[in-house]
Design a protein around this ligand. Structure first.
Ligand code: DGT
Ligand code: CA
Ligand code: CA
Length: 570
């Protein structure tokens, strides 16, 4: 069982307990356990199998350790099963309404005895919600506006969709003379793999001008809400966007607040409290006096911290690093010098060898590896040894025609379901660069998956594991890998790890890329391009590396090919 699955069980427990208005300390304990589990790189299952004590982790005491063991051993959590029987599914569905959390749902369920979205809607229409203590007309209106979309509200879009839309709107807003500063905040600014919605902040001499532009923007399908300084729209992509126009003196504070994550903000607020200060989206205050808030740097400075890059704001390791003065200087797109995973017309790519090389060179790269598929991937016209050797011959010829640029003979070789390599060793031995990957049989039991990975890692010709888990963001779970064991083996055998930059993969993820780095494994960020435009995704891979806290020196393809070669095991 994967850490994320275990963590989801404890989040659900916390939600259901909170709906039942259980002891807040218990709720908090489950939430914190869930966060610890999902942000731990080592597999809880493996740790348990190795007889390790889980109470070594922050927020996990004896009782929680026992519950985690129960979940891993039985795939179930007894109390959760009981809770699921007590709280109707329709009540749980209410959590999907934007702006509605377990606390509000608890009131709907316990006080108004509402058990479904339909009943909640009827109650809102009858004005029953506004009459509740702590609620008002505004909350009720918000629920009415959002309830029909609750089914979709849980849907998140890929960072590529989110970022592209956000950047277009930000750029257009910046064209307005009435608008001074604009930026996206929220999960998009933190470069999370997926975004629930977009949060855009601006300062403007005339907020109406900004809102007018957004209302008429070509990406916008409809205006959901429009106030004096705040507006929510729905894009054609179904993604929703909030625009908030804030005063100059609050812009930094609003950026800090709305960039999140919530977990990060909780810590910042507590640090402020400890200093006798108050931080909110309007500024940093000592009593009634505002002492910071125009800039984000100022907000962090007020609580004694250096500015923290948004990609790190997940309350994982950023506060410790900041306190120690060791915040990393994160890798940037411009640091990348080579791309070592791409396809040509020889398998399922759209560009020729020369076209790919020239496109890469035009983007400022100095080397690439052509890594078409091996024969198992027949759907993608994968290469057998005869075709591969002929293809490599073509690559060597193309190499001569492009000056000041290295084109390497590579292969993306499948690791077959029976734990053998798709191509014989004597062929792999001739390659400049061998990526080993799992494509088929991703559902196999962990034992077989690990056997396959070990075949690749211990093969003397394999240089790297490509998109290690095989997951598709939001669509398909990856293979059940014991990450800790795999990474240790890779470190021992001099095998590198890929961050596949395609926004549907982003594999390794941030947590495991950080774990690989901790073991000294060189990380390679690759685009897996299938056309000359495929190189565009590099930024998403770099973002994932930044979320992992990686610097230029942690990422091998920031080196020249000459320097890179020194890292190869052969
Ligand atoms: P998303 O949209 O689900 O991908 O994730 P975010 O992080 O963009 O979350 P969102 O859009 O709900 O809110 C944007 C930021 O605003 C969030 O990261 C932190 C801040 N924020 C929102 N609600 C709260 C809250 O109740 N408490 C605190 N401390 N911060 C909040
Ligand atoms: Ca958001
Ligand atoms: Ca939002």
């Amino acid at each position: 069982m994967k850490n994320d699955q275990i963590a989801a069980i404890f989040t659900e427990l916390a939600d259901l307990l909170e709906i039942q208005e259980a002891n807040p300390f218990r709720v908090r304990a489950y939430r914190s356990a869930s966060r610890t589990i999902s942000s731990t790189a080592e597999s809880m299952q493996t740790l348990l199998e190795d007889g390790k004590d889980l109470t070594q982790f922050q927020g996990i005491g004896k009782d929680l350790a026992r519950q985690i063991a129960e979940v891993i051993q039985t795939g179930q959590h007894e109390q959760l099963n009981e809770l699921r029987n007590q709280v109707p599914q329709g009540v749980v569905d209410m959590l999907r309404i934007p702006g509605v959390g377990p606390k509000k749902v608890a009131i709907f369920f316990n006080q108004l005895k509402l058990e479904s979205l339909e009943q909640l809607k009827a109650a809102a229409e009858a004005g029953e919600l506004a009459a509740l203590k702590g609620f008002g007309k505004k909350t009720e209106q918000g629920i009415l506006e959002n309830i029909d979309r609750a089914a979709e509200a849980g849907k998140r879009v890929s960072i590529a969709v989110a970022r592209t839309a956000a950047e277009a709107v930000v750029a257009d807003l910046l064209q307005l003379p009435e608008v001074q500063q604009v930026s996206v905040a929220g999960s998009c600014r933190r470069r999370k793999e997926t975004c629930g919605d977009l949060d855009v902040l601006a300062t403007a001499s005339n907020p109406d001008a900004a809102m007018e532009l957004l209302a008429g923007h070509q990406l916008v399908e409809s205006v959901l809400m429009r106030g004096d300084t705040k507006m929510r729209v729905r894009l054609h992509s179904r993604l929703e966007m909030d625009l908030r126009v804030v005063p100059d003196e609050s812009y930094g504070a609003a950026m800090q607040y709305f960039t999140g994550s919530k977990e990060h903000n909780v810590v910042v607020r507590q640090m402020a409290k400890d200093l006798g200060l108050k931080v909110n989206e309007y500024g940093v205050f000592r009593g009634d006096e505002q002492i910071a808030g125009a800039t984000e740097e100022g907000v962090y400075e007020a609580v004694g911290l250096p500015w923290i890059p948004p990609e790190l704001r997940e309350n994982r390791w950023e506060f410790e690093l900041a306190a120690a003065g060791e915040l990393p200087r994160l890798i940037e797109v411009g640091d990348v010098k080579g791309d070592l995973h791409m396809h040509t017309t020889a398998s399922d790519g759209a560009g020729s060898i020369v076209e790919m090389a020239e496109a890469a060179k035009a983007r400022g790269l100095t080397y690439i590896a052509i890594t078409d598929h091996s024969k198992r991937v027949s759907m993608a016209n994968g290469l057998d040894e005869v075709r591969l050797r002929a293809h490599w011959e073509e690559i060597r010829e193309a190499r001569e025609s492009i000056t000041g640029f290295e084109v390497l003979c590579g292969i993306e070789c499948d690791i077959l379901e029976d734990a053998t390599m798709d191509l014989p060793d004597d062929v792999l031995a001739e390659a400049d660069w061998v990526i080993a990957v799992l494509h088929y049989g991703l559902q196999q039991p962990r034992e077989q998956i690990m056997k396959r990975l070990m075949t690749a890692i211990t093969n003397p010709h394999v240089n790297i594991i490509g998109h290690p888990t095989g997951r598709m963001v939001g669509k398909r779970e990856g293979a059940d890998i014991d990450m800790t064991t795999m990474l240790k083996a890779a470190a021992d055998h001099g095998v590198m790890m890929e961050i596949n930059a395609h926004f549907q993969r982003l594999d390794l993820d941030d947590i495991h890329a950080a774990a690989a780095r901790d073991l000294g494994i060189p990380i390679v960020i690759s685009t897996d391009s299938h056309s000359v435009n495929g190189f565009d995704v590099l930024q998403y891979g770099v973002d994932q590396a930044r979320r992992a806290g990686l610097t230029k020196s942690d990422v091998a393809n920031t080196k020249s090919w000459t320097q890179f070669q020194k890292l190869l095991k052969r």
